[in-house]
Write a protein that binds this ligand. Structure first.
Ligand SMILES: Cc1cc2nc3c(=O)[nH]c(=O)nc-3n(C[C@H](O)[C@H](O)[C@H](O)COP(=O)(O)OP(=O)(O)OC[C@H]3O[C@@H](n4cnc5c(N)ncnc54)[C@H](O)[C@@H]3O)c2cc1C
Length: 432
């Protein structure tokens, strides 16, 4: 029976793919959802995994559990390697999969803007592995600094550079400051945390460019109060693992560089023979269809569509709204109707700068301080998937808020190889 129904294949179980799959519940189609991971990741809280506030399990949710009751959907864990749009066929790590309609929602990857040394020695923040690598690096740096006798090396170990003045960079720097100034000093008695330096670098002259200027200035003021050095208008051009070099020639001795400066389209976008725009995003029609392939829709970070002459931002509301339009258009095509154009409704922007402090911008309305922080907390808790996740995240936040404690502080030992970014290889290995 199922085989006779039109087959909709969705690639990616991120915000776009998940919302599209949910919208298809009860539709007269069979749905196959494909992702290389068996979970949905709530990326907006990744920085809290990186700064030891949450465990990875708190912000991921198994895809199979989400769709346990959706009878028309099957999930396949697989890597999509390419496609033949003319034959309506996907090439995947588990074989070819045919489709009648395809929704591509493969998101993005870190973008180092061609700075190879930063890609090799810096730490991006895009997935669970990235967040764990950052957490290991921070905790290991403090352990190593505590034992270091050379003052210069100790200072470099305790210098943390965050690159990127968007919400992710601001949030990471704020959380890092609280970890290093409020939480860890309780456990490292006798160690002088006042030598800690956190430097937030932004290539342009303003933080949080999507917010009005007064909120950007407020953000700089709050970060400065949190002992974070904010440096604007001076891009990073090199990082060799111990020295960060800026465009004007200045250098910073630091062992940790967290890269929160950019995202580009997932690599699959470049393997499909379709037109790509800035950042490798796939150019789509206003209906979200790929030109000349009306049965292929692209949504989320990987889709390139302009709104008022500007590319739509790579944020979750764009992905979820586009997913709904793509599904509505598939339903229209099935009913013999023409597809409709996508219209973006901007729900506003929020960024938290740490305890009791955030900035929020909703069109005519601007908020900062405690009220914006409460808004941020409520919105993020509501958006998290799974009651259990909401409960554990809330209890972790409450514990941290009242007791200045972060639960997830173990250093995970990884395999030692040349690309190891976790500084683990310097530990003696007595497990062999
Ligand atoms: C650290 C961080 C913080 C953020 N904070 C915010 C925020 O506060 N607010 C906000 O609105 N947005 C935020 N964003 C952006 C937001 O997460 C993205 O815009 C959103 O996830 C895009 O949704 P998507 O469905 O396009 O892609 P994603 O959610 O990235 O999902 C893509 C999925 O595709 C899968 N995939 C990719 N390639 C393949 C392949 N070849 N084969 C199989 N599967 C594949 C991936 O595993 C992934 O599950 C943040 C992003 C990051 C990295």
């Amino acid at each position: 029976m199922m085989q006779t129904l039109p087959h909709v294949v969705i690639v990616g179980a991120g915000f776009g793919g998940l919302w599209a799959a949910r919208e298809l519940a009860g539709a007269p189609v069979s749905v196959t959802l494909i992702d290389r991971n068996n979970y949905h990741l709530f990326q907006p809280l990744l920085y809290q995994v990186a700064t030891a506030e949450l465990a990875p399990e708190d912000i991921v949710y198994p895809v199979r559990s989400i769709f346990r009751h959706q009878k028309n959907l099957q999930f396949r864990m697989a890597e999509v390697e390419g496609a033949d749009f003319n034959a309506k066929l996907l090439h995947t790590s588990i074989g070819n999969i045919g489709y009648d309609y395809l929704i591509l929602a493969v998101g993005g990857i870190n973008n180092y803007f061609g700075i190879r040394s930063v890609a090799e020695n810096g730490l991006g923040l895009k997935n669970v592995n990235d967040a764990m690598a950052i957490r290991n690096q921070i905790l290991k740096s403090v352990e190593m600094a505590m034992q270091e006798t050379d003052a210069k090396v100790r200072q470099a170990l305790m210098t943390f550079v965050v690159v990127g003045g968007g919400p992710t960079g601001v949030e990471s720097a704020g959380a890092l400051s609280e970890l290093l100034h409020l939480v860890l000093p309780k456990d490292y008695l006798g160690f002088d945390f006042s030598q800690t330096r956190i430097i937030l670098l932004q290539s342009s002259n303003r933080l949080l460019a999507e917010m009005p200027e007064p909120l950007s200035k407020e953000t700089v003021a709050v970060l400065t109060r949190k002992k974070i050095e904010v440096r604007l208008g001076n891009p990073v051009i090199d990082f060799d693992g111990t020295t960060v070099t800026l465009k004007d020639g200045q250098t910073i001795s630091a062992h940790t560089l967290i890269w929160a400066a950019g995202i580009q389209a997932a690599s699959l976008a470049g393997k499909l023979g379709v037109r790509q725009a800035r950042l490798g995003r796939i150019v789509v029609d206003p209906t979200l269809q790929v030109p000349d392939h009306p049965e292929v829709f692209v949504v989320g970070d990987v889709a390139y569509l302009e709104d008022n002459g500007q590319p739509l931002p790579m944020i979750a509301p764009v992905a979820t709204q586009q997913a709904k339009t793509a599904v509505a258009n598939i339903r229209r095509l099935l009913a013999g109707k023409p597809p409709e154009n996508f219209t973006y409704r901007n729900p506003g922007v929020l960024a938290t700068i740490g305890r009791n402090s955030a900035v929020a911008y909703f069109g005519r309305w601007q908020f900062h301080g405690f009220i914006a922080w409460v808004m941020w907390l409520v919105i993020h808790i509501l958006r998290l998937i799974g009651f259990r996740n909401r409960l554990t995240v809330l209890s972790n936040w409450a514990w941290d808020y009242f007791f200045y404690e972060r639960a997830v502080r173990f250093i995970l030992h990884g395999p030692c190889d040349e690309s190891d970014k976790l500084l683990i290889c310097s530990l003696p290995d007595d497990t062999k």
